[in-house]
Write a new protein. Sequence first.
Length: 137
Amino acid sequence: MTPCRNRRSLPPELTPCGQASTNERTGVTPENEAKAMATYITEDCINCGACEPECPNEAISEGDEIYVIDPELCTECVGFYDHEACQAVCPVECCLPNPQIVETEEVLIARAVRLHPDDAELKKRAAANDYPSRFRK
């Protein structure tokens, strides 16, 4: 495949250079797309680590070359903040939404409650449908 000049700003599957069967940055194959997520860290990551401690779910970790987000742990901060904390602190703005993979607020708050079974306050806010979320701005 010919190198794509737009790869720094878009995930490979969204570039005008053609469709890739596997996302070259994340290694996500079509079979594993269900495990992919709406927020990802681009190759522009400078490994500063600012995002990692901000995540309420410990979904961000240092990868081989850049920081990565575990899609099974990320809630896009729904239930905790009215914004995605990783995006807010990233100095190079490399924590981006993937328009091809959208998760609903309902899915994200359910994941937050499942990930924090001992957080009574979160459960109470979720049950009352009164919790912080970027969807409610």
